[in-house]
Design a protein around this ligand. Structure first.
Ligand SMILES: *Cc1c(COP(=O)(O)O)cnc(C)c1O
Length: 234
């Protein structure tokens, strides 16, 4: 298929932002995975970005994601980054390279059972509510060790790291303390559990540089790759 020039330009711009942030802190750009957040954008827009070489996509809503994944080009890798309800867990397992948003024991138990029943393993990250905001998904830092120990002991789940959605700031540096805190929590957990937790899923369109400087391995970028989202989130 022909390459969409604007998709190409947006992808180049985001990649060069990642590269500049890596250069500024001495990281190898290949240590940062760009997850293209395609929620509320259609399969044709995914295909246009895929034609430019982007292979990793992130979705937030199961019902929206599944038909889109069928319609999109084969061979893409999908991540789940939205709030996952327990009654939707069975639709998610095995379809996503990683579920970034595990944040409670009940969901962990359902994922473990469904994944095990299907004879699969599922990579997960724990979403942390670093700033302790009410109304927000994520396990509180206080509850993180207990949840992490439980998930690490679930044979069908592969605990790979942590994820954060920081509070929204006008200043792109505003989220940096939350990113730093997520890294510290990850480092402490690695020691406690005695296992590597390589993934740090943090940084979006507005603040990916700060996230890269604090050690992000997966930045989740939607708007700056696809343009504004038109339809409201349901
Ligand atoms: C929508 C979304 C993103 C992408 O945000 P942009 O600001 O559009 O880059 C990243 N992470 C999560 C969890 C999201 O829901």
């Amino acid at each position: 298929m022909s390459v969409d020039v604007s998709a190409r330009e947006r992808l180049d711009r985001v990649r060069s932002r990642i590269a500049s942030a890596c250069a500024a802190c001495g990281r190898d750009p290949s240590s940062v995975t760009l997850v293209a957040v395609s929620k509320l954008h259609d399969a044709a827009e995914v295909a246009a970005l895929a034609a430019c070489g982007q292979t990793i996509f992130g979705e937030s809503y199961i019902q929206e994601a599944l038909p889109k994944m069928e319609a999109a080009p084969a061979g893409l890798v999908w991540h789940f980054i939205g709030h996952l309800q327990r009654n939707k867990a069975r639709f998610a397992i095995g379809r996503f390279a990683c579920i970034h948003t595990l944040d409670n024991m009940e969901l962990a138990q359902v994922l473990q059972k469904r994944t095990s029943d299907a004879g699969l393993t599922q990579t997960v990250c724990l979403q942390v509510n670093v700033a302790g905001e009410t109304q927000k998904s994520g396990v509180a830092p206080d509850g993180l060790p207990e949840l992490a120990e439980a998930v690490a002991a679930m044979p069908a789940l592969r605990l790979s790291g942590l994820m954060v959605i920081p509070p929204v700031f006008d200043d792109p540096e505003g989220a940096r303390p939350a990113f730093c805190r997520l890294r510290e929590l990850r480092d402490a957990l690695e020691t406690r559990l005695g296992m590597p937790l390589p993934m740090l899923s943090m940084g979006m369109s507005g603040d990916l540089e700060a996230a890269v400087m604090e050690g992000a391995t997966h930045v989740r970028v939607g708007t700056d790759l696809f343009g504004p989202r038109q339809r409201p989130a349901s």
